[in-house]
Every structure is written in C-alpha cells, then in structure tokens.
Design a protein around this ligand. Structure first.
Ligand code: ADP
Ligand code: MG
Length: 467
C-alpha cells in the first residue's frame, strides 16, 4: 500500500498531528493531491464523499502558511454553513501545532459585526459561503492581496445551488497569481468552464470509486528487457489495434529515444514530457485528443493532467515505482464504460511491485506470452505499424477573447470559402487567444488556405497546419 504520510514532505508538526489523529495512510486523493498542491499547481480534484478531501487541501495550506504574518493567506469557499463549519473545524484540528493560527468562518445567516471584528484582528484562513464572502469583499473588510490559495470545496454543489456568479466574482477579486483549487464529486460543464476561466494549467486528479477501480480495463504484463523492449512495443502496437495509445516512461530520456524509433518506423507519435513548455504541451494534447496523433509517449509528470476520452491502449514501457502511479496511468483508459487495455513491460525486478498492485486492486495481472523469436524481421514489423493519423490540426490565431466560437470556425470551413463537409471536421478546441480544429488529413492544406484567405466573424486570422 502507500508509504504513509511521511513520504508526502509535509512539515514535522503536521505529520505529528496526523499521526495523533490516527491517520495511518493518506487516502488516494490525498496521495495524489498533496504533492501537486505543495508544488503550487492549480488542481481539479474529484473523489467520492468521505475520501478525505478536506485534509487534501488543508494540509498543503497549513504547510505553506506564514504564521507570523497575520494576513489572509487562504480562502475556502463552501456551499453551506454546515460544511464551512466542518472544514474550519478540521483545519483548526490539523493546525493545532501552529500556535497563533487564526481561522474565521464567514457565513450568511450570522451577524456580520463579530465577523468584521475578527477580520480586523487579523486571520490567516477564511472559510465561508459565497454570498457572505462577497459581502465582505465589497465592504473591504476582507483584504485579498496576500491570498495565496483559493479553494472551491464541493464546487458542483455550489453551482447547483446557484452560487456560480458569486463564486466567479470572488475569483475575480483575489490576486491573479493565486493557486486555485477545485474539489468536486462530479465534473459538470459548469465546473469545466470555471476551471478554464480561472485556473492555470490545472492538474486534474480523478479517483474512481473503489468498486469500479480497474473495471473495464484489461491488465496484461509482458516480460521484456533491454533491446527487446522496442521490438516488444512494436509488436504490441501491431497486435492491438488502437486509435489512441499512450506509452508511459519513467524517464525523459526514454521518451526521446522511443519517439525517434516510432518516427523512424513511420508511426504517428509525439511526446509529452516536462521539457515541453505549456504552449507546446497544450498543442500536443489538442492534437492527440483530435486524432492528429495516434501514439503519445509521456512521462508521469506530463501525463498527470491528461484528459483524453476514447483512449484504448496504455502501455507501461517502464514500470512505475509507485502503485498509485500505476493506477493513475491505467486509469487513463477504459473510461465512460469503454473497454481499455493496459500492458506493462516488466522485468523480474518488478515482481514485488506487481504483487502490491494486484493486492491493491484485487485483480491479477495476466501474462501476455511474448518471445523475441516470434518476430524475426524487425523491419517488416516496423513497416506493418507505420500509419498516418486520420486528422490534421489547424491552428487559428484567434480564440475566446477574440470572440471566436466553435460554430464560427465550423461556419468558415463549411461555407463557400472552405467547402468542407461536416464529416471532414473533427474536434474544435477554443483557447483564450487561439483555437485548434481537426480536419481530415487530405483536406488539411486546402482548409488552412481557405481560412487564411477568408474571415471568421468578419475578422482575419492566421491559420496554419501544426505537426
Ligand atoms: P470528503 O471531503 O471527501 O467528503 P472529508 O475530508 O470530510 O472527506 O473526510 C472524511 C473523514 O475522513 C473525516 O472524518 C476525516 O477526519 C477522515 N480522514 C481524512 N483523511 C484521513 C486519513 N488519511 N486516514 C483516516 N481518516 C481520514
Ligand atoms: Mg468535503
């Protein structure tokens, strides 16, 4: 199982408290979220009720708190007074070795005056409901400039209760440089919109229900080592037809080497690792999601925020060190009731790790018989797996902030100038200042030309094929 809290690089006093509370192992959402939050990233976390989401955000907040500075450093927005009280209570408990810690609850239906005087004396953390929080912001009784972290707890419920507009106003009132954390049991489009608008490079962590863990995913392992591994990869790609596959590696170096091998074989592949800047990472993901790339070779860091539907094959080219990482990797496939396949390349050294994973999931990982001698002709195999992705991606130099919408792009491509059929147009993704649209590969060049020559919403934008 997990390594316990000690592996999460939390300060000694927090570890002591956690220990005193009898928390032996962090829950899965805690294992996944705490490092991400300590690193300062934005996060969208999803897991069922009772899975310990409060501590998942409270511990990193407390860890980073400057107790000597009595200004507001974290703001936690909750849908109800009861929840605010629970969260505040848990923060006070977890923070009991932070002498002088001040946590305030600011909820509607309570007198404002005592809240104001508490704020005047100075507080480190505020927990409250949207309406009342906004009230304080507009009265200027809350000073937002030192806020480092904003948490939307039970974000889906807040939207259900009609707090969307208030929450957005609050998010606009706090410093842009803050960390924004969203916890939710479900992920409706409203949450997605808030995430897009107010988060930066948010990492998405979804913990599936225990019962459904691994469901819909066939897990196989294959013994291959050293030079045989590339051959094994090619044979797996050949044997298991896929539209979208991810090959996970532990090291960037391996990512680069594999990409070279796959490109040489003519496989539509690209890489996703920590060396890519946000712009290129976004572009690679957009191309992968819209089927302009069939195989993605990724490290875990890069693969974390990955949100790809219809992924049908995950390959662990290098076996992960942690069981959680394994679950995280294979959880990328078999989503939304689809059948997924996860194949792990293992050596004898990985046996104990395999066992702990089988224990964790309660599902044995079957062995895929494989022998190097079954594939006498490497070049022939390489030729057999060569294929182009069905789509190409056009990058358009206008996005949401230019008032470009998916319908406008669709209109431009299918109109007189573009003359494409609807069936030739794939996924359209709109960003702030740019957009991606997928079109059938053979139509790509003409489509880009027509977009360049024409207008979208009466304006000219640059359009270019990206690869
Ligand atoms: P959620 O927000 O997911 O509904 P909570 O944060 O309210 O879950 O946590 C549910 C309960 O689990 C709380 O009583 C909390 O104290 C307890 N808890 C949290 N983390 C752990 C842990 N690592 N080990 C044991 N109990 C925990
Ligand atoms: Mg909760």
């Amino acid at each position: 199982m997990s390594d316990g809290f000690a592996s999460l690089s939390l300060s000694a006093n927090l570890l002591e408290v956690v220990n005193e509370l009898g928390y032996v192992t962090p829950t899965r959402i805690q294992v996944e979220s705490i490092p991400v939050l300590l690193a300062g990233n934005d996060l969208v976390g999803q897991s069922k009720t009772g899975s310990g989401k409060t501590a998942a955000f409270a511990l990193p907040i407390l860890h980073q708190l400057d107790i000597d500075n009595r200004s507001l450093q974290a703001l936690i927005i909750c849908p109800t007074r009861e929840l605010s009280a629970q969260v505040a209570r848990e923060i006070r408990i977890l923070g009991r070795k932070h002498p002088g810690l001040r946590v305030s609850e600011l909820c509607g239906g309570q007198p404002v005056k005592p809240q104001v005087s508490a704020l005047e004396r100075g507080v480190h953390i505020v927990v409250g409901t949207p309406g009342r929080l906004l009230d304080h912001v507009s009265r200027d009784t809350i000073h937002t400039d030192a806020i480092r972290t904003v948490v939307l707890d039970e974000a889906d419920r807040m939207l259900d209760m009609g707090f969307g507009a208030d929450v957005e106003k609050l998010l606009r009132a706090v410093p842009k440089s803050r960390q924004t954390v969203l916890f939710s049991a479900t992920f409706p489009p409203g949450i997605e919109a808030i995430s897009k608008r107010y988060q930066r490079d948010a990492i998405r962590i979804t913990i599936a229900e225990e019962e459904s863990e691994g469901e819909g995913i066939s897990q196989l392992k294959l013994q291959a080592e050293g030079n045989d591994k590339v051959l094994a990869l090619f044979s797996v790609l050949h044997k298991y037809p896929h539209n979208s596959a991810i090959v996970f590696c532990n090291f960037k170096k391996t990512v680069v080497e594999l990409l070279r091998e796959l490109n040489r074989a003519g496989v539509s592949a690209d890489r996703l690792d920590g060396d890519l800047d946000q712009y290129h990472r976004d572009q690679v993901l957009a191309r992968f999601r819209n089927h302009s790339v069939n195989v993605l070779i990724a490290t875990d860091v890069a693969g974390r925020g990955l949100d790809v539907e219809e992924l049908d094959l995950v390959i662990n080219y290098e076996f992960p060190q942690q069981p959680e990482t394994y679950l995280h990797r294979i959880g990328r496939t078999g989503r939304a009731g689809r059948q997924g396949l996860a194949i792990s390349f293992v050596s004898k050294r990985d046996n104990s790790r395999l066992e702990s994973i089988e224990e964790l999931t309660g599902v044995p990982i079957k062995t895929l018989p494989w022998a190097q001698s079954d594939y006498p002709d490497f070049d022939k195999l390489a030729k057999a797996i060569a294929c182009e992705a069905p789509m190409v991606t056009i990058l358009i130099s206008g996005g949401r902030k230019d008032k470009v919408r998916a319908g406008d792009i669709l209109g431009a491509l299918t109109g007189d100038a573009g003359q494409l059929k609807g069936a030739d147009i794939g996924k359209i993704e709109i960003r702030d200042r740019l957009s991606y649209v997928a079109v059938t590969r053979s139509k790509g060049k003409r489509a880009a030309e027509s977009l360049n020559a024409g207008r979208i919403k009466g304006k000219r934008f640059r359009a270019s094929l990206v690869s």
